[in-house]
Design a binder for this molecule. Structure first.
Ligand code: ADP
Ligand code: MG
Length: 231
């Protein structure tokens, strides 16, 4: 279970992006976060991924109060979170396969096993031929696919994806949504930030709607855990 209690966040003093956000994400739930551009979707994900710290309020996740947790304790928790950022953040000095396999390497998985898993996943997402090239040679959509692969490969407890389908055609977008659903069925809590109302309408998951730094429908967070995938 993840809870936010009256959380606020600002980048510049006096300019609060999130003002009073409370939510509850049950373990194994699936949520969309939406709202107009600039409303704070990515900021909300940066708090969930422990990249940024809240200005006020409390955040509980993985059984800990993380708001005031000492910095050195964060990496251990971050390893349980798979993140797809809007700008992908692939490491340019590593190959695509090394990027995708990084979470397994960090988890101490043997090289051979990692390689096999990476190749299988690359094949599944249509990047078979790209394992040994550098990210710089990939198109935007290919980078996005590699970033998603890296986020899911170690089966995180929490998967956060920021506009993960923004650079994909609709068929691929669906394929990745099914991948997120498979991870969710295995127990992961999934949060997808998207401004794509069509995508949201295709999947009947609860929606957290941000407006002017607040959740416009705070009650949406109460109806969490029910999973009602469209079939
Ligand atoms: N690193 C940053 N420094 C200063 N302002 C930022 C930073 N990141 C985002 N913002 C501002 O915070 C607001 C919300 O941004 P963001 O969370 O990216 O919104 P969204 O993802 O909904 O488009 C915007 O006004 C944006 O300009
Ligand atoms: Mg954003």
């Amino acid at each position: 279970m993840i809870t936010f209690e009256h959380d606020a966040m600002e980048y510049l003093p006096g300019r609060e992006i999130l003002k009073d956000v409370s939510l509850e994400l049950k373990r194994g739930s699936f949520h969309f976060v939406t709202g107009a551009s600039g409303t704070g979707k990515s900021t909300l994900l940066s708090l969930l991924s422990l990249q940024q710290r809240a200005l006020r309020g409390h955040i509980h996740m993985f059984g800990e109060e993380v708001t005031h947790l000492p910095r050195e304790k964060l990496p251990r928790l971050r390893r349980r979170v798979g993140v797809v950022l809007q700008d992908y953040r692939l490491l340019e000095h590593l190959t695509v396969a090394e990027n995708v396999g990084l979470p397994l390497k960090v988890a101490g998985e043997p090289k051979e096993k990692t390689r096999a898993k990476v190749l299988e996943l690359l094949g599944w997402i249509g990047l078979s031929g790209c394992g040994d090239v550098r990210p710089a040679t990939l198109s935007g959509g290919q980078k996005q696919r590699a970033a998603i692969a890296r986020a899911v490969i170690a089966k995180p407890d929490l998967l956060l994806a920021d506009e993960p389908t923004g650079n994909l055609d609709s068929e691929l977008a669906l394929r990745f949504m099914y991948l997120f659903e498979a991870l969710n069925r295995d127990g992961a809590t999934v949060v997808i930030a998207t401004h794509d109302e069509h995508l949201i309408s295709l999947f009947k998951y609860p929606v957290l709607r941000l407006k002017e730094g607040r959740l416009a429908m705070p009650d949406a967070a109460q109806k969490t855990s029910e999973k009602m995938p469209k079939k």
